[in-house]
Design a protein around this ligand. Structure first.
Ligand SMILES: Cc1cc2nc3c(=O)[nH]c(=O)nc-3n(C[C@H](O)[C@H](O)[C@H](O)COP(=O)(O)O)c2cc1C
Length: 383
């Protein structure tokens, strides 16, 4: 099934179209979380619990959505989060995602396990107009990351993100049931399940087959990416972060911070920013919803450190709430992956357009002329 992107009116629409477009295993890989999916669900609920407090009698025609991050102006306070296996979700793959982001002036973060080398991606996207960041995993430690960090620097990525919350992969039971449990053998039963799911999505299967044949005919991209799938995890310590800091000269952020103590450790290790994240509820189930810890972390670290947040951002009003609670910008994961699965790169662009339109409308309704003005007076945290 092929979806016309104009039919997508919300992230939830994209989610429904994605479910009809790709084999069940791929939809569940994106849609699912760890264990009982409590943290995943709480991320969304935490946004819903926060109220918005509008001011009346102000006329705003064109709210300003642009922000400054690490010396660059971004036209939207939304960044595409690093995500793995993007190459199997749609033939447009990671390149299509980054090109869609660049077309909308939006920064994106390439995951080390997205399925494309940092060089191949840098060749496909104009990083001079829109910043691209790289997210590091390192199953084998320094022998893995040293060379990769150098390649990322040479390829023009402007910031490095180190994900801390994946010492092992979370228990994603939907993936296990669908036969794509990382580290396990695919047996006859799970292979048959997968085959049936693929057979049920002939348009997706035909497009992927065509793209795979074309890729086989073109030269292989240079250099390997990290084999997280084979290793099953990427443990980093603060000592590793300090060593990475010594090697990487650009902005350095850690992803997976959920406490003031860890935010302080990040700053002590030389990081320029923290990403308040629980990996979209895909790692430790029971970890706090990101919006429940963001305000105290943002308050504790002060303005010298960039604070980003992700997990459960589904509406423009969620972006506004996160900024008002102290974030400099948000990252989105599933929203753009649903767009990709439903309608390829055009679906990703559509999701970004929806966020832009919704943030603009929310600011007008709030009576707030620019995202830079957002602070705690605009929200009711109810806690
Ligand atoms: C399918 C999928 C793959 C992901 N892969 C990675 C990854 O490779 N590296 C990483 O740091 N985070 C990864 N994440 C987590 C995202 O970067 C982000 O933290 C999360 O998706 C935010 O929550 P949201 O999906 O509710 O927006 C992944 C998330 C999803 C949904």
């Amino acid at each position: 099934m092929s979806i016309n992107p104009s039919r997508i009116a919300s992230v939830e629409d994209a989610r429904k179209f994605a479910a009809r477009s790709v084999p069940r295993a791929l939809f569940d890989y994106v849609d699912g979380g760890a264990d009982d999916e409590i943290t995943m669900t709480e991320n969304i609920t935490a946004f819903r619990r926060i109220g918005l407090i509008p001011r009346m009698g102000v006329r705003i025609t064109e709210p300003n959505l642009s922000i400054e991050l690490f010396g660059r102006t971004l036209t939207l306070p939304v960044i595409l989060a690093p995500c793995g296996l993007v190459n199997v979700m749609h033939p447009d793959g990671p390149k299509g995602v980054a090109q869609a982001a660049a077309s909308r002036g939006v920064a994106s973060v390439l995951s080390a396990v997205a399925g494309i080398s940092p060089e191949a991606m840098a060749n496909a996207v104009d990083t001079s107009s829109t910043p691209m960041w790289f997210q590091l995993y390192s199953p084998k430690g320094r022998s893995d990351w040293e060379g990769l960090v150098d390649r990322v620097a040479t390829s023009g990525y402007t910031a490095l993100v180190v994900t801390l919350d994946t010492p092992v992969l979370g228990n994603r039971e939907r993936d296990g049931r669908n036969g794509i449990l990382v580290g396990s053998q695919v047996g006859i039963r799970s292979a048959a399940t997968l085959a049936l799911q693929v057979a049920g999505r002939p348009t997706w299967a035909a497009r992927m087959a065509t793209a795979t044949l074309a890729a086989r005919r073109s030269p292989r991209p240079s250099g390997p990416t990290v084999g997280l799938v084979a290793a099953g995890g990427s443990p980093f310590t603060w000592k590793d972060i300090r060593e990475i800091r010594d090697r990487w000269t650009g902005p350095l952020l850690v992803k997976g911070v959920l406490s003031v103590a860890d935010a302080r450790s990040a700053i002590d290790s030389g990081c320029n920013g923290v990403i308040v994240s629980n990996h979209g509820g895909r790692q430790l189930d029971g970890a706090p919803a990101t919006m429940s810890v963001l305000p105290e972390i943002a308050e504790a670290v002060g303005s010298a450190t960039t604070v980003l947040v992700d997990g459960g951002v589904r509406r423009g009003s969620d972006v506004v709430k996160a900024l008002a609670a102290g974030a400099n910008a948000v990252l989105i994961g599933r929203p753009y992956l649903y767009g990709l699965e439903a309608a390829g790169a055009a679906g990703v662009a559509r999701i970004l357009d929806i966020f832009r339109r919704d943030i603009e409308r929310t600011l007008v309704l709030l009576g707030c002329p620019t995202v830079a003005n957002l602070d705690r007076q605009w929200i009711d945290l109810k806690n």
